[in-house]
Design a protein around this ligand. Structure first.
Ligand SMILES: Cc1cc2nc3c(=O)[nH]c(=O)nc-3n(C[C@H](O)[C@H](O)[C@H](O)COP(=O)(O)OP(=O)(O)OC[C@H]3O[C@@H](n4cnc5c(N)ncnc54)[C@H](O)[C@@H]3O)c2cc1C
Length: 394
C-alpha cells in the first residue's frame, strides 16, 4: 500500500514544527507578561494552568538574554536550580548546562506547554487609566505598532539590557567591544580584556587557549572568589604567575587608540577589596601613578551590564537606591503601582553584587500568581530546588 499524503490521514500527528498561528494583536487580556526569559516563561506556564487569560510579549526570542551569552558558555548554577515549570533539565554529561543546552531546554518547555509568546515585539510605552483594563501597552512588532490592554501587568524584563560603559575616548572604535562572542576571532591577536569578574576571567582563559596573547586590566589587585566560578580561579592565577596572561592590577582605562590602550593607576591599592580577594599584584612599579601603554589589536570591555528601567519609570514605579530597583512588596512582588508586578532579576535593578539569579527568582512566580488569582498556584509547576538547601552559588 502506498503511503497516504499527510492531509488524508484521519488524525494527523501534531507537529510542533508547523508554523504557529499569527501572534495575538491589539487585544485585551487579564494579565500581560512582558519578558519571556526563564522566569516569565515559568509564570506563563502557571497562569495557563490556572486558566488565566494572559498575553505574553518579548522584544526578542524566548530566552533572549541567554542568547547573548558567549557561545558554549556554561551556567554557574546547577541544572536543577535553573529548571523551570517542573520540567527536569537533565544533561547526559552531568555538567552545568551550556548556553545552547539551556536554550534548547527553554524551547522544549514552550513546546511542551504550547505557550504562545509574541516574540520580537518590544513594549515601547505603558500608560495607566482608571478603567477595569488599567494598563495600556504600545508595542513595536517589526515596525508595526500594536496596542494592548490589561488588568494586571507583570514586567519580567531582566536586568541586562546594555553594557556598563566606561566612558573613555576610543570606547566606540571598531576593534573595541563590550561583548565576547567566541574566541576564534582572537587567535594570534593581542587582546586586552578589561574587568575582573567571572566574564572577564572566563574570557581570558578561553581566548588564551585559542591562541590569543591575552592581557587583563582590573581596577583591583586580585579576583573575588565570590564573583568568579570556583573552578577557573586556580588556572588564571597560575597563568598570571607564569606571565602567560599579562595582568595589570589596580588599573583603569584612560584612553583606547587603534594601536594601544592607555592604563592609569586606579588608586585602589591598599583599600579593602573585601573577603576572598587574593592580591596578585607583584609589581609595585605599576602603582607609581605613571601611565602604561598596552599594545592591543582587540579590546574587550567586560565591565558588566545595566538595566533599562524606562518601562518601570513610564508606568509610575518608584526606583529605589543606587541600583534603581523597582519598589515592590516582597510578599507579593506588586510594585507601588497597584496591579503592576515585577518578576525575575528585574526586581534587583542594576546589580552590582549579584543577589538575584534564576534560582532565587522562582518564588516570584508563586507570589504573583497567588496575588492575581487569589488561589493557590500549582506548586509542582514551580521550581522548589533552591528552597531545599543552599549552595555556595546561591
Ligand atoms: C554569561 C552569563 C552567564 C550567566 N550565568 C547565569 C547562571 O549561571 N545562573 C543564573 O541564574 N543567571 C546567570 N546569568 C544571568 C541570567 O541570564 C539571568 O539571571 C536570567 O536570564 C534572568 O532571567 P529573567 O527571566 O529574570 O530575565 P531575562 O532572562 O533577562 O529575560 C528578560 C526578557 O525580557 C525581554 N524584554 C526586555 N525589555 C523588553 C521590552 N521593552 N519589551 C518586551 N520584552 C522585553 C528580553 O528580551 C528578555 O527576553 C548569566 C548571565 C550571563 C551574561
Amino acid at each position: 500500500m502506498s503511503p497516504q499524503p499527510p492531509e488524508q490521514l484521519a488524525n494527523p500527528p501534531e507537529d510542533s514544527r508547523q508554523p504557529r498561528p499569527p501572534a495575538d494583536a491589539d487585544r485585551q487580556a487579564e494579565v500581560i507578561i512582558v519578558g519571556a526569559g526563564p522566569i516569565g516563561l515559568e509564570l506563563a506556564v502557571v497562569l495557563k494552568h490556572m486558566g488565566v487569560d494572559y498575553l505574553h510579549l518579548d522584544a526578542g526570542q524566548v530566552g533572549q538574554t541567554v542568547t547573548r551569552y558567549p557561545q558554549q558558555t556554561r551556567f554557574f548554577s546547577s541544572p536543577e536550580r535553573i529548571a523551570i515549570a517542573g520540567v527536569p533539565l537533565t544533561l547526559s554529561d552531568h555538567n552545568r548546562a551550556s548556553r545552547e543546552q539551556y536554550l534548547a531546554y527553554l524551547r522544549s518547555v514552550v513546546q511542551q506547554f504550547d505557550l504562545k509568546v509574541n516574540t520580537f515585539e518590544r513594549v515601547t510605552d505603558i500608560k495607566q487609566s482608571d478603567g477595569e483594563y488599567r494598563f495600556t501597552l504600545h508595542t513595536d512588532r517589526r515596525g508595526t505598532p500594536h496596542t494592548y490592554q490589561a488588568k494586571h501587568l507583570v514586567l519580567a524584563v531582566g536586568d541586562m539590557h546594555g553594557p556598563r560603559k566606561i566612558n573613555v575616548p576610543g570606547e566606540d572604535l571598531p576593534h573595541v567591544s563590550h561583548y565576547f562572542d567566541e574566541p576564534h576571532r582572537y587567535f594570534n591577536q593581542r587582546l586586552l580584556i578589561v574587568g575582573g569578574r567571572n566574564s572577564a576571567v572566563e574570557t581570558a582563559l578561553r581566548c588564551y587557549h585559542a591562541g590569543a596573547q591575552v592581557s587583563l586590566s582590573y581596577r583591583w589587585g586580585g579576583f573575588d572568589e565570590r564573583l568568579v566560578k570556583y573552578g577557573i580561579l586556580p588556572e588564571i592565577k597560575a597563568l598570571i604567575e607564569h606571565e602567560r596572561v599579562k595582568f595589570y592590577p589596580y588599573t583603569l582605562v584612560r584612553e583606547i587608540t587603534a594601536e594601544h590602550v592607555v592604563l592609569e593607576d586606579s588608586g585602589l591599592r591598599g583599600q579593602d577589596a573585601g573577603p576572598g580577594v587574593t592580591d596578585l599584584a607583584t609589581t609595585p612599579a605599576e602603582a607609581s601613578g605613571e601611565l602604561t601603554h598596552v599594545p592591543a589589536d582587540f579590546v574587550l570591555l567586560l565591565t558588566g551590564y545595566v538595566m533599562n528601567t524606562e518601562l518601570f519609570a513610564m508606568a509610575g514605579v518608584e526606583l529605589v537606591g543606587e541600583n534603581c530597583s523597582p519598589k515592590h512588596d516582597l510578599s507579593t512582588m506588586e510594585t507601588n503601582v497597584p496591579g503592576l508586578y515585577v518578576a525575575g532579576t528585574a526586581a534587583a535593578g542594576t546589580q552590582v553584587r549579584f543577589r538575584l539569579f534564576i534560582e532565587n527568582c522562582h518564588p516570584h512566580v508563586a507570589k504573583i500568581a497567588r496575588n492575581i488569582t487569589g488561589q493557590q498556584p500549582p506548586m509542582h509547576l514551580i521550581n522548589q530546588a533552591a528552597k531545599q538547601f543552599a549552595l555556595p552559588e546561591s
